[in-house]
Design a protein around this ligand. Structure first.
Ligand SMILES: [Zn+2]
Ligand SMILES: [Zn+2]
Ligand SMILES: [Zn+2]
Ligand SMILES: [Zn+2]
Ligand SMILES: [Zn+2]
Ligand SMILES: [Zn+2]
Length: 281
């Protein structure tokens, strides 16, 4: 290429550049200048919110060409919260967040406070083997807290005669702890006292002694005592024969119990002196 030719090419390129610049600056330049490259400047026409899409406008500073683009809604919510349910000592609460712009909501748990409100409930007495305690109860959630009172170790025995002592045999007392059932026994000495019951083993008669037998109802030891004879129960004397001058009379009495009889004589009658049978005055 000659020098002249090279200069021509340079001029031609410069002219084309001038035409391109001048053309982009005027309206309709886009139609006339195929080689124009847009250089857009973006302007936010409307900010996007969480609720609504925004809009961005682009304008080519060279040719004035414009177009718009949507700006997608943001996730930038304006939350404010309210407590839907208060947390207690034992139960979680709930807080609700609401976006004041779009109304979107979500919930969050409020952890349980663990701050129980313990009040005295009762005292459980310890026993020999079981701990007692002072019981407190949360007035909100019924949870119990117990301050232990240690087991006493002191048994409370109740006694009963588990085997009765007799005159000759030892007995036994059993002691049982009413709380834990612990048991021990103690021996009871034999009483040495016979428990006699008496029985007439032979009835006494008018003339013969009877017998009363005493027997210990526990060991069977026995002894007897004599019952004195009762003696006859004599009836009245009755005259069997009147006495005469020649012969003695006879009287008799009978014991109705045994039928025994007794007799005795009545002396003879002395004869009266003769010739004098007039009563004296
Ligand atoms: Zn342009
Ligand atoms: Zn929102
Ligand atoms: Zn509680
Ligand atoms: Zn006990
Ligand atoms: Zn006895
Ligand atoms: Zn008799």
């Amino acid at each position: 290429m000659s020098k002249k030719g090279r200069l021509l090419l340079v001029l031609t390129l410069a002219a084309a550049a001038l035409i391109a610049l001048g053309g982009c600056g005027s309206k309709g330049g886009k139609k006339n200048n195929v080689a124009h490259k847009h250089e857009y400047i973006a302007t936010v026409v409307k900010e996007a919110t969480c609720k609504e899409a925004g809009e961005k406008s682009f304008r080519c500073y060279g040719c004035g060409d414009t177009y718009t683009e949507a700006i997608p809604p943001t996730e930038d919510h304006k939350y404010s919260s309210t407590v839907v349910k208060e947390a207690t000592c034992a139960e979680t609460g709930e807080r609700e967040f609401t976006c004041s712009v779009c109304g979107k909501t979500y919930k969050e748990n409020i952890p349980a406070t663990g701050n129980h409100m313990f009040e005295y409930l009762e005292t459980r007495q310890p026993t020999c083997v079981a701990d007692g305690g002072i019981v407190y109860k949360c007035k909100t959630c019924d949870r119990e807290q117990i301050d232990a009172i240690p087991a006493t170790g002191r048994h409370e025995f109740e006694s009963r005669v588990s085997r009765r002592a007799t005159c000759v045999e030892i007995g036994e007392i059993t002691y049982t702890c009413k709380n834990c059932g612990l048991e021990y026994t103690e021996l009871l000495p034999a009483t040495g006292k016979h428990l006699y019951e008496s029985k007439i083993t032979k009835e006494a008669s008018c003339t013969a002694a009877g017998e009363l037998t005493f027997t210990c109802r526990e060991c069977g030891t026995s002894y007897s005592e004599t019952i004195a004879a009762r003696g006859h129960n004599w009836g009245n004397w009755q005259t069997m024969y009147e006495p005469t001058t020649e012969q003695e009379g006879l009287q008799q009495r009978t014991c109705p119990v045994c039928g025994e009889t007794q007799t005795k004589s009545i002396p003879k009658v002395t004869p009266a002196p003769s010739g004098d049978d007039t009563p004296k005055n």
